[in-house]
Design a protein around this ligand. Structure first.
Ligand SMILES: [Zn+2]
Ligand SMILES: [Zn+2]
Length: 343
């Protein structure tokens, strides 16, 4: 008997993090039924006087937002990282190790409209968001105190996002965060062994196999990674080798915005709800060193499993032993392709 990835329990390896995920497809042999239920209406006012991100409103820190017309960037009034943290010589203690970390945390409002989100913004408006990301990365590249720029979006109350106003965060830090450092090290080793950046090779193989592809335009491809953990986890990958956003051409800005928009539109169709997720861009450190091992990518980690209200929890075996999923990456890609075809 040979191992059938659609039938038998097996493990898949994530080459970016070096971790395994346990896949148990036999637990979902029943045919896919995209259960759709009526959730609370997503109708929001285009302006909310109580929202600290809406134009002209006062924030909790006392600052007043300008009456902005497209995007708006400000330093988080309650930043997790601060630029003036005192330096500390890292202590050599193996058990009580401490290091200092400096940084800057910003918030980027995607639109003055409180009721919009990426899937229902215009292509031009999402391009402006990508332009702001590129610009932020470029600015931090000039700051010798900063080594890494993490751009991320939390969407939906289920993901702990306290405000539905479309926005994301940028946390720029003096050090390289652990997940990024891990992906960097694995990309370095892969390129050393194979001579090609890992995700460039990976995308070529995915384009051959086609099983996990969801969408592509001239510059980017959206797919469910082979080693996905979250039920509808996806990644946006550039077709060209591109370590970081500072080298984005106008075509890449356009293509990235298009992929981001189409993917989130498809997500919203899967369970006919505003699909929650945490998404973020991994890219080369914002330093002047050469980072050719890196291939920029954007991860999407949505928690929903079977309907607008049934989510996956990372508990039990997953907290103690290993990540696990039932629906295979190929099946999830099929569901997302289906949703994409209904756009
Ligand atoms: Zn608002
Ligand atoms: Zn990554």
């Amino acid at each position: 008997m040979t191992l059938d990835l659609e039938v038998h329990p097996h493990k898949r390896f994530n080459p970016l993090t070096g971790e395994w995920v346990l896949v148990s497809p036999h637990r979902t042999q029943r045919p896919w039924q995209g259960k759709q239920e009526q959730t609370e209406s997503a109708s929001r006012p285009s302006y909310d006087p109580g929202c600290y991100l809406c134009p002209g409103n006062q924030r909790h820190g006392g600052q007043q937002n300008p009456v902005y017309a497209d995007t708006f960037v400000f330093t988080n009034d309650f930043s997790a990282l601060l630029p003036d943290t005192p330096a500390l010589v890292e202590n050599p203690d193996d058990l009580f190790r401490v290091a200092s970390e400096k940084g800057i945390c910003k918030v980027i409002c995607f639109s003055p409209r409180h009721d919009l989100s990426v899937p229902n913004m215009t292509q031009e408006a999402v391009e402006l968001v990508v332009d702001v990301w590129k610009n932020e990365y470029e600015q931090f590249l000039l700051n010798p105190e900063i080594s890494y720029v993490q751009i991320f979006e939390n969407k939906g109350a289920i993901m702990g996002c306290s405000n539905p106003h479309p926005h994301c965060q940028v946390w720029a830090s003096s050090g390289i965060p652990s997940i990024v450092a891990l992906e960097q090290e694995n990309q370095r080793k892969y390129r050393e062994k194979h001579g090609v950046p890992m995700l460039v090779d990976y995308l070529a193989r995915e384009l051959e196999q086609q099983d996990r592809l969801i969408y592509r335009n001239e510059e980017f491809v959206v797919l469910v990674p082979f080693w996905a953990v979250w039920p509808f986890e996806t990644v946006i990958l550039p077709r060209q080798h591109c370590p970081s956003m500072d080298s984005f051409t106008i075509g890449q800005v356009r293509g990235f915005a298009d992929a981001y928009r189409k993917l989130t539109q498809a997500y919203d169709r899967v369970f006919e709800c505003e699909f929650p997720y945490t998404a973020g861009i991994h890219q080369a450190p914002a330093t002047n060193a050469i980072h050719d091992d890196w291939q920029l990518h954007m991860h999407f980690y949505p928690p929903l499993l079977r309907s607008a209200t049934v989510r996956k929890f990372m508990v039990g075996y997953e907290m103690l032993a290993s990540a696990q999923r039932d629906i295979t990456a190929e099946k999830a890609a099929g569901v997302l392709r289906q949703a994409m075809s209904r756009l």
